[in-house]
Design a protein around this ligand. Structure first.
Ligand SMILES: Nc1ncnc2c1ncn2[C@@H]1O[C@H](COP(=O)(O)OP(=O)(O)OP(=O)(O)O)[C@@H](O)[C@H]1O
Length: 550
């Protein structure tokens, strides 16, 4: 297939903000795609060339693309930077600049999807000496054969930001519609494999039956099951009838995979953090059996018998070097609470059974390797759950989880089957989309951060500016990061790629015409910088609205 055909679909998708229209456009298109191109096109519709579970990345920053665009069009990097400032992103800037392109390209052939996909994948394999030059020449090969509009989307795909408002949910629904697959079956296949390209291919070739056979593979990360808030401990237990209540540890959610001899650790964002935790790998190797498994739990920094703030474990993840040193500074404990695979998938077993198997396979004689504190509760002994809550808070933990005894593990879904009850008021996770440079003492820093939530059409809508709660160190680090993520700069204001996630506490939600969400927050404070969360994890305008309406 010609790349130009995919580009036409990108344009159509970008031209509407309506979710259902996007789904229909994509479904109609997917029906026409040959099976050889289907995996590639499904990934590229997401603006990616690697599935979510893959650790490969193109590793190209804005600067490098600007250089490449400048080279192809025959203008200076400064001019490209100006165009980006005017147009808002490198894709739109490239499209504009191509119109002025003076150099003619000889022997240029129409780009195919296959060629673009392979060239972009190749970028991840280029490393070592002269890698920048080699990467640029690889990008130039693509850009010099591209039309203006193709260049726009090639640049955006390199940065993994297509800006057409299409997320995984829309693509999954389009696959269901295109190949007549029950939505729940497609959703489950996606959640278990984390590979929409594969889901599309199997849906087309083997239909629902084929999708039902797709399952977990130890060594490949799975999206975690997420929790909703419990209104009150007693109400939740009454509703569930039988509940497993567990201490909610405020640590680093980790999946521990064993595949053959290899043990791999993944974060809730599916990042491989094995190298940051050699001690955790050893604890898991010694405390669990030899068979393949996927267990889930929390890694917590522990010092002098006390849990350390969540940020302390994050230090371990950020440090690429001196792991031995950081290991000494931040000793850890593991608290396991779920089992997704043991010799075979266990996700369909109820939590009560999964816990039973987990208890039977974990040797927790080492005080660093634990099972979560747990009580089985029914409406007759709700007091036991309240006791566990109090004990958890006294122990320096966040609260309790309340899990419906009968429920399977549902990856990636924030459902009512697993609830959390915390001592502290609820917070919001929002993404930073811009910032304002400070004045006076904070002149060198970006002191105020504009944050946004996601709306029902996957677009970001702003809610407030926040600067309180950040230490001088945070401000220095954030300012550096914001410079790297910068898209445009006007006066003291900058806009950035949406990558930094803040957890925000506030006193009240108010209506506001000033921000595009239509709501704002009073007295917002940054509680944490959530490097363990990504854009897909931020809260929605819908949730804000329902919290506003009480
Ligand atoms: N015993 C436990 N069982 C399940 N999850 C636990 C447990 N202890 C701690 N957790 C943590 O609680 C989180 C569940 O809350 P949720 O799914 O809402 O994630 P979250 O958005 O990270 O929540 P929060 O910001 O409240 O930690 C899990 O992600 C996990 O990290």
């Amino acid at each position: 297939m010609k790349y130009g055909e995919l580009v036409k679909v990108y344009e159509a998708l970008g031209a509407t903000t309506k979710r259902l229209e996007k789904r229909d456009i994509l479904a109609d298109f997917l029906k026409t795609v040959d099976v050889e191109d289907l995996e590639k096109i499904t990934l590229m519709a997401l603006g990616r060339v690697f599935p979510s579970w893959s650790e490969d990345e193109q590793g190209i920053g804005d600067k490098l693309i600007m250089r490449a665009v400048g080279d192809v069009v025959g203008v200076s990097v400064e001019l490209v930077e100006d165009a980006v400032r005017d147009e808002g992103d490198i894709g739109a800037a490239a499209e504009k600049l191509y119109a002025k392109k003076t150099q003619m390209t000889f022997f240029s052939q129409a780009l195919t999807v296959n060629f673009v996909y392979n060239q972009l994948r190749k970028l991840s394999t280029i490393s070592g000496s002269r890698s920048t030059t080699r990467k640029i020449s690889n990008i130039l090969e693509l850009l010099s054969s591209a039309s203006a509009i193709e260049a726009k989307y090639i640049c955006r795909t390199i940065l993994e930001e297509l800006r057409i408002g299409v997320g995984e949910g829309i693509i999954r629904d389009a696959i269901s519609l295109a190949f007549d697959i029950d939505k729940a079956v497609a959703e489950r296949a996606h959640m278990l494999t984390n590979d929409l390209g594969l889901v599309a291919k199997v849906a087309k070739e083997e239909g629902e039956e084929g999708l039902k056979k797709l399952t977990l593979i130890p060594g490949r990360p799975v999206k975690p099951m997420l929790a909703q808030l419990s209104e009150a401990i007693d109400i939740s237990i009454e509703e569930m009838g039988c509940a497993l209540c567990e201490t909610k540890y405020d640590g680093f959610r980790t999946q521990f995979h064993k595949n053959g001899d290899e043990i791999t650790l993944f974060t809730r964002r599916l990042e491989n953090v094995t190298l940051a935790f050699p001690d955790a790998v050893e604890l898991i190797r010694e405390g669990l059996p030899d068979e393949d498994f996927i267990a889930e739990g929390e890694i917590i920094g522990f010092k002098n018998g006390k849990p350390q703030p969540f940020q302390s474990v994050l230090q371990r993840v950020r440090r690429k070097y001196d792991i031995k040193e950081t290991m000494k500074n931040v000793p850890i404990k593991i608290f396991l609470y779920d089992l997704l695979y043991f010799k075979e998938p266990t996700v369909d077993e109820p939590i009560i059974k999964r816990r039973e198997i987990l208890e039977s396979i974990v040797d927790s004689s080492n005080p660093e390797l634990n099972l979560s504190d747990i009580v089985k509760v029914s409406p007759e002994n709700i007091g036991d759950a309240v006791d566990l809550f109090n004990k958890s808070i006294e122990g320096g933990h966040e609260g309790i989880m309340i899990k419906n005894c009968a429920e399977p593990y549902i990856p990636g879904i924030r459902g009512k089957k697993m609830l959390k009850f915390k001592a502290e008021p609820e917070t919001l996770d929002a993404v930073v989309v811009g910032g304002v440079k400070g004045i006076g003492k904070r002149g060198d820093f970006i002191g105020s951060y504009e944050i946004a939530l996601r709306d029902e059409n996957d677009q970001l809508q702003t809610i407030t500016h926040v600067g309180t709660g950040l230490s001088d160190d945070d401000l220095a680090n954030l300012t550096k990061k914001m410079e790297e993520l910068k898209i445009t700069e006007k006066g003291t204001r900058i806009t950035v790629h949406p990558k930094i996630i803040f957890e925000i506490a506030y006193s009240e939600i108010v209506k506001s015409p000033e921000y595009s969400a239509g709501y704002s927050l009073r007295f917002p404070v940054v509680k944490r910088i959530r490097t363990d969360k990504g854009l897909e994890d931020i809260d929605t305008v819908e949730r804000l609205e329902s919290m506003f309406n009480g």
